[in-house]
Write a protein that binds this ligand. Structure first.
Ligand code: 5GP
Ligand code: MN
Length: 344
């Protein structure tokens, strides 16, 4: 641990203390993560709910979904996944709203209205953000996953980490680190994972559900996307896409497509990768990834999205061709400016 880490952990302990104080005083608590929730959003939210319920008996804790959707198929195995309430159907005025895996309010979608009716707000997240909000804003872009922060909150409380909590948090960390393979897979993530396995998490059960239970329809779509990968800029940029017609023809569902960007990024020599998915309403979801030091978050932000340096996303309404025409030159510019920086 270096001096910088110590400062980060001291600040985190201070925030944990304040969040704990807000929980002490609250009777009704809601927890919500971002729209289109992924493994970290769902796993860290469920784990936090279970931690609070068992460490503070008698609190009314509700896990909300930001969208009017069901939990994505791959994550329905998570303990507690059937307990989510859609934010649009939640009528209470909670004493405390805890935002996890999110630090910009528009991505709360329908839960924004609940946030506005809440007495207090706390944020626990790892996305870079320059617009703090709420009573406690604990945002650590250096943390591999929100699940890491929630696991450390459990340790801070001295709470009993049950096997269910451990499985939710392990899922959060394994998915956000791309199975401990991305640049964010640091020793803190491994330490948390080790602690969670000791607490009863089952990596093989989680892998079986998240990585080895694809429907054939999805795998057929994956083969279409794989067959369409294009590289350019001397192989340094890769992209591919799936149209709404591809989804319809194969029978794959939009919420099954999270792993397709990993197929695109797996090309040898690729430094930045782009995957576009056209939804039935014609809008296009973009996933951007950087395998090296390049920062692609600015490209996502310029399209109204956001995310981290190495993993970011956006939504566009201009269709696949026009989106490619906008994004690809920006990716080339990112590579060119990094090259210039290295040369200089
Ligand atoms: P993904 O490509 O897996 O959807 O997202 C990669 C990362 O970027 C995730 O951490 C996600 O939360 C963030 N992200 C994705 N889309 C958006 C967006 O539209 N706005 C913001 N602010 N962040 C996003
Ligand atoms: Mn996350």
């Amino acid at each position: 641990m270096n001096a910088g880490d110590e400062q980060v952990f001291a600040e985190q302990r201070e925030s944990f203390g304040r969040i704990s104080g807000l929980i002490d005083e609250a009777e009704s608590i809601v927890i919500c993560a971002h729209t289109n929730p992924d493994g970290d959003a769902l796993g860290s939210g469920l784990a936090l709910g279970q931690l609070i319920r068992q460490h503070w008996e008698g609190k009314r804790v509700t896990n909300l979904l930001a969208d009017d959707d069901v939990v994505p198929r791959l994550y329905r195995f998570l303990p507690g996944a059937d307990s989510f309430v859609r934010a649009s159907e939640y009528e209470g005025d909670p004493d405390l709203f805890i935002v996890v895996d999110l630090s910009v309010t528009p991505r709360l979608n329908n839960a924004r209205a609940v946030l506005e009716r809440s007495r207090h707000v706390a944020v626990m997240d790892h996305h870079p953000s320059n617009a703090p909000f709420g009573d406690v804003f604990l945002v650590r872009p250096d943390a591999a996953a929100s699940g890491v922060i929630v696991a450390e909150f459990g340790l801070f409380l001295g709470a009993h980490i049950t096997p269910d909590i451990a499985n939710c948090l392990f899922c959060a960390i394994v998915t956000d680190t791309g199975r401990f393979q991305y640049q964010n897979a640091d020793s803190e993530a491994f330490e948390c994972a080790s602690m969670l396995v000791d607490a009863g998490a089952s990596p093989s059960m989680i892998s079986l559900n998240v990585y080895q239970s694809f429907r054939l329809a999805y795998l057929h779509l994956e083969s279409v996307v794989m067959g369409r990968i294009v590289t350019f800029d001397h192989g340094r940029i890769s992209y591919s896409y799936a149209t709404a017609a591809d989804l319809e023809r194969t029978g794959a569902l939009p919420d099954e497509c999270d792993g397709l960007i990993d197929v695109v990024r797996s090309v040898e020599g690729t430094e930045v990768a782009l995957f576009l998915k056209e939804l039935p309403d014609g809008s296009v979801r973009g996933n951007l990834r950087s395998k090296g030091e390049h920062d692609i978050s600015g490209v996502a932000r310029s399209l109204g999205g956001g995310g981290h340096k190495a993993a970011a996303g956006f939504t566009s309404t201009t269709g696949i061709d026009a989106t490619l025409a906008t994004v690809l030159p920006q990716l080339q510019a990112v590579l060119a400016s990094s090259d210039a920086g290295t040369a200089g």
